[in-house]
Design a protein around this ligand. Structure first.
Ligand SMILES: N[C@@H](CCC(=O)N[C@@H](CS)C(=O)NCC(=O)O)C(=O)O
Length: 345
């Protein structure tokens, strides 16, 4: 419930800031963030594992760690973040008009979003796909059995569009219960107002973790779409986009190199690996193009950790979400997955 208070507060910030600031922006986002000394990072309404508030009011999550990585790279401190928590329906406007510096909030990379909304996607931090959740006692075992069902869905999402495509393709009908508020969708489904809840499968796992009895709900086997999720910046500010994208790649590459938050100091003192040395700023001038100092990547690994550390502490098998990584698209490319960082060269 604490999260709800913060949500209202976060939405208030957005409203209060208004649309002006960056429309008249002549400075780069990097300069604005450095001058302000704070990163305005947009997340969604709290979604456990991805962006949520703990009892001490701090935010955490797999997506929030991308915000933290950028804050560590640019401002040297993962706490220098103003969190903007807003609904899906206004997320792109709030970024495009300059209220947010970036967003990192289970957002799917699509052609339309990348090319027609004044935005640029910056890589993928979670490979997802859309699914359905139903009550275990419904006896439903497949999405193909949902003909005529009432389905809870959040507006302004790819989810809403895929739902329509899927039922049309399979010659089935459904009654949508649509809302912009993810809490209302979740609660309406939990209280029996919908036969099924549809969302990205990770989001379903996230919702289920908040239910009174998670085991009363099952996620059906079908995956009806591709949902590559990742951070987004405004179109046209390429250096800022590079910073966001390469901050994420540092986390992925660090895991591939076997470097963790606990070992990065030792690695920095001892490594002879040329690529690791370039990434950590021990050799070369790679930081210059980003407009950052040479320790930017070191700080990300030290303060946030590598991608695997973030995955395990936020959404992995030991968390309430319990998402398996082995054998999934979210494994490193060296382990059969798609997590892959371009070279540090
Ligand atoms: N990936 C979808 C949206 C996925 C989604 O709806 N995520 C859930 C996570 S539980 C959600 O609604 N979160 C609340 C929010 O972001 O406001 C998209 O980009 O349109």
């Amino acid at each position: 419930m604490k999260a709800l208070t913060a949500l209202a507060f976060g939405a208030g910030i957005i409203a209060a800031i208004g649309g002006g600031e960056a429309l008249a922006q002549t400075k780069s986002t990097l300069d604005i963030v450095k001058e302000r000394g704070r990163l305005r990072c947009q997340v969604g309404q709290p979604a456990p594992g991805f962006y949520e508030q703990t009892t001490d009011g701090k935010w955490r999550g797999l997506d929030y760690d991308v915000c933290r990585a950028v804050a560590a790279a640019v401002l040297g401190d993962t706490d220098k973040i103003d969190v903007q928590s807003v609904t899906n329906a206004v997320r792109f406007t709030a970024l495009a008009n300059g209220e947010s510096d970036m967003l990192s909030r289970t957002t799917t990379w699509t052609l339309l979003r990348d090319s027609q909304l004044g935005l640029d996607h910056q890589g993928i931090n979670f490979y997802d796909g859309q699914g359905f959740m139903v009550r275990a006692n419904s006896g439903i075992k497949s999405a193909k059995e949902l003909n005529g069902a009432t389905i809870c869905v959040i507006t302004g999402t790819t989810t809403e569009l895929n739902l329509s495509d899927y039922f049309r393709t399979n010659n089935m009908t459904y009654k949508p219960f649509t809302t912009a508020d993810s809490n209302i969708a979740r609660e309406t489904y939990e209280k029996g107002g919908c036969d099924a809840n549809t969302n990205d499968k990770s989001s379903l796992a996230s919702s289920r973790a908040t239910f009174a009895k998670p085991s009363d709900h099952v996620i059906l086997p079908e995956t009806i779409s591709k949902e590559p999720l990742g951070p987004v910046v405004r179109h046209g500010d390429n250096q800022w986009g590079d910073i966001v994208k390469w901050s994420l790649y540092v986390m992925i590459a660090a895991e591939e190199f076997g470097i963790t938050s606990a070992t990065v100091d030792k690695v920095r003192a001892e490594t002879k690996d040329p690529e690791v040395r370039r990434m950590l700023g021990l050799e070369g001038e790679l930081h210059k193009g980003l407009g950052l100092d040479k320790d930017w990547a070191y700080r990300i690994i030290k303060q946030v950790g590598n991608y695997g550390e973030s995955f395990e502490r936020n959404v992995g098998p030991a968390t309430p979400l319990g998402i398996a990584r082995d054998g999934s698209l979210n494994a490193l490319w060296t382990k059969g997955g798609l997590m892959y960082a371009p070279p540090f060269r």
